[in-house]
Design a protein around this ligand. Structure first.
Ligand SMILES: C[S@@+](CC[C@H](N)C(=O)[O-])C[C@H]1O[C@@H](n2cnc3c(N)ncnc32)[C@H](O)[C@@H]1O
Length: 314
């Protein structure tokens, strides 16, 4: 493989953070990502997965259903975006184009029914709408700081029929302690290092030390706030589409080491929940045993998840 196809900063970071086998897996994942097929989620707020399957078949678009999630579809590599976008199921919000990795956090959070949920960094709303579909009885607050992205979020919520969601256009780092939630999804801003495709000429300018330092600061502040406004007895799912330990395990362990968060601890995520064929999740090895790092592959973006529980104070 030609290493000049991978951003040089990222190449060095990955080589330093992982053993040779895992680093090679990541680099070859970036290579095969060039052929990543389109994936989508049936939006059960509008329809069900069998109806989506029938509509795709009658449009002559081939797909494979995913073993661990009945609403997930992997399209044949020959299916083009414009073919999908023309379909009534796309126009009416019966499907949402979403990567397989990014379907995992709402499933891993697995909210109890009829609870208060905060999606802290929500736009464009893939995971918000998935949460809304998982539990239409939930009261979901979707926070987004950037105005144009908040508008996109609002648009997607309406299109997909997620009526149990309130949008809050604010900086989630400053959410008042007056708010509290049973479940929080913190899908943090990140370098996007897991989504790199070899040969992407813009990635070298995008993924830099400066960006890493900026997102690490923001992740720290967001995680600190999330742990503060999580209700005792509640759970927080932290995720990034990065594979760098600075944004993932190191970030989570640093937050949990703070005295003020002593009632919070990691809950082990069980990878066997997403092990079914076809498309079992490809795990990266060597991280914290309770958390999950997903290797970039042809079908999956590199991704990270950690689940945290807050106990009642003694
Ligand atoms: C990784 S994206 C979220 C993707 C989204 N969860 C989804 O599944 O569609 C991170 C989002 O967080 C927003 N963001 C970044 N910093 C924020 C902050 N301090 N408060 C609220 N939103 C923030 C960004 O504008 C971006 O839309």
């Amino acid at each position: 493989m030609n290493m000049t196809d991978i951003p040089s900063f990222l190449y060095e970071k990955i080589s330093a953070a992982f053993d040779t086998d895992q680093a090679e897996r990541i680099f070859s994942g970036f290579e095969t990502a060039q052929q990543r097929p389109i994936t989508l989620r049936a939006n059960t707020l509008r329809t069900d997965a069998d109806y989506v399957a029938k509509e795709l078949e009658s449009a002559g678009l081939s797909f494979v259903r995913v073993g661990w999630y009945e609403d997930a579809f992997v399209m044949d590599p020959n299916v083009r975006l414009d073919e999908l976008r023309r379909l009534p199921i796309y126009e009416t919000g019966a499907v949402y184009l979403q990567s397989l990795s990014s379907m995992l956090p709402p499933l891993a959070l697995a909210p109890r029914s009829n609870t208060d949920i905060l999606d802290m960094c929500a736009a464009p709303g893939g995971k918000t709408t998935e949460l809304a579909a998982i539990d239409p009885t939930a009261r979901i607050t979707a926070c987004e700081m950037h105005a144009p992205r908040a508008e996109r979020l609002q648009y997607n919520l309406k299109k997909l029929g997620a009526t149990n969601v309130q949008v809050m256009r604010s900086d989630a780092r400053r959410l008042d302690e007056f708010f509290s939630f049973d479940h929080i999804l913190l899908d943090a801003p990140c370098t996007g290092s897991g989504t790199v495709r070899a040969g992407d000429t813009t990635a070298n300018e995008r993924i830099t030390e400066r960006l890493l330092n900026k997102v690490v600061r923001s992740q720290q502040a967001l995680l600190d706030r999330a742990l503060t406004i999580l209700k005792p007895g509640g759970t927080l799912l932290y995720s990034t589409c990065s594979i760098l330990p600075e944004e993932n395990d190191e970030q989570v362990l640093e937050a949990l080491s703070k005295k003020r968060h002593r009632t919070c601890s990691l809950v082990a995520l069980d990878p066997s929940a997403w092990n079914a064929e076809p498309y079992p999740i490809p795990l990266l090895l060597g991280g914290q045993p309770e958390t999950l790092s997903i290797a970039p592959t042809k079908e999956f973006e590199g991704f990270y998840m950690a689940l945290i529980k807050k106990e009642y104070a003694q």
